[in-house]
Write a protein that binds this ligand. Structure first.
Ligand code: SF4
Length: 347
């Protein structure tokens, strides 16, 4: 009996990676999945917190895809290694701070290391030629293979007919005739294939799989780098950029104000790392202070927080200021008038 070949599929949680893995699985190959965690992932984070996304399934779609396929999923934390890709992408950024081409090369390279270490034969991605303006073009496909070191051990089942034969096809591990030739941004062929496989409930295609494709997120990340005087971040920084209103009245400090209860609860978990403000006399948000605010800055921050509270029209409001070690003090302030909150403070 022929040896069963083994493939590792990059699983983002979207439809394309689901289909690509299924196409290969159908051909008798043993497939396992890998999902790389960068800290910028959209999955299961903000839409699990915010009310406006209440109707979306609060699930980790990569795990869900693995469950649909009946495969093992390896979730690999690459938060630290990934920073270099974000700071210095060799091939530059996309429309925002998304280094998609470098990111793809990096992830395929990590997958290559993984298969070499675990005795797997090849890697699968759900890429489709022409789907993404920067990272999924016919010219960049060979670049990903070469720079990642995977060369012809990378199979893209959804667009294989538009690409040269790969090792798994040449060796007969998969039948090229049972692969596809999808191209472009249209989703109809994928939807038809999903239907043929019996998948009806899959993650709807979004703008990108991570926050780096988001304009306002990228603006906040650039602001953070500028304020810190260097391109640096840690996991807490990039998590907090996903929530709240970010207001920077001066280069040396920033106020992060929760916009709703879910965000407030999430941010409360950071009160041991950031000084915080909470409204006392009226219902209102919680805020975290980032940087090195002076006593006057804390008062200004309290006035800003009050402006987003139920006491915004009151003559005086009481807030509680809390240090990271838990000491509290009371602040009595007048809420800031909206006209006194310059547009340029709002990141
Ligand atoms: S959207 Fe984000 S995770 Fe996806 S390829 Fe681009 S940089 Fe990488």
């Amino acid at each position: 009996m022929a040896e069963q070949r083994k493939a590792l599929a990059l699983i983002s949680g979207g439809l394309d990676s689901l289909l690509a893995a299924r196409v290969v699985q159908e051909q008798g190959v043993h497939v396992e999945g890998v999902n790389f965690y960068t800290g910028f992932c959209v999955e299961g984070h903000t839409h699990a917190i915010r009310k406006k996304d209440r109707n979306r399934a609060k699930r980790n779609n990569a795990l869900w895809v693995a469950e649909q396929l009946g495969i093992k999923l390896h979730i690999v934390d690459i938060v630290d290694e990934y920073k270099e890709i974000v700071f210095n992408p060799r091939y530059g950024y996309g429309a925002n701070l998304n280094p998609c081409l470098d990111c793809k090369i990096f992830m395929v390279g990590k997958a290559r290391e993984w298969i070499e270490h675990h005795g797997f034969d090849f890697v699968i991605t759900g890429e489709v030629v022409g789907q993404r303006p920067k990272s999924q073009r016919s010219e960049t496909m060979p670049l990903v293979q070469h720079d990642s070191g995977i060369e012809d051990r990378l199979l893209r089942p959804l667009c294989a007919h538009r690409l040269p034969e790969t090792l798994p096809e040449r060796e007969g591990w998969v039948d090229r005739d049972r692969l596809y030739g999808f191209s472009g941004r249209g989703r109809k062929p994928q939807m038809a294939l999903a239907k043929a496989f019996g998948f009806s409930d899959y993650a709807q295609p979004a703008g990108g799989c991570c926050f780096l494709t988001d304009h306002s997120y990228s603006v906040k990340l650039r602001d953070l780098w500028q304020a810190r005087g260097e391109r640096q971040y840690d996991l807490d920084d990039i998590m907090l950029l996903k929530v709240g209103r970010h207001i920077r009245p001066a280069p040396h400090f920033k106020v992060i104000v929760s916009r709703e209860e879910g965000e407030g609860n999430f941010m409360a978990g950071y009160r041991k790392q950031y000084p915080s403000l909470k409204t006392v006399s009226h219902g209102g948000p919680i805020a975290l202070l980032d940087g090195s605010p002076t006593r006057e800055d804390i008062e200004l921050a309290a006035r800003i927080v009050a402006r987003y509270s139920q006491g915004r029209d009151a003559q005086e409001m009481i807030l509680e200021y809390r240090t990271i070690t838990g000491e509290t003090s009371e602040l009595r302030i007048k809420p800031l008038h909206p006209d006194d909150l310059p547009r340029e403070w709002q990141i």
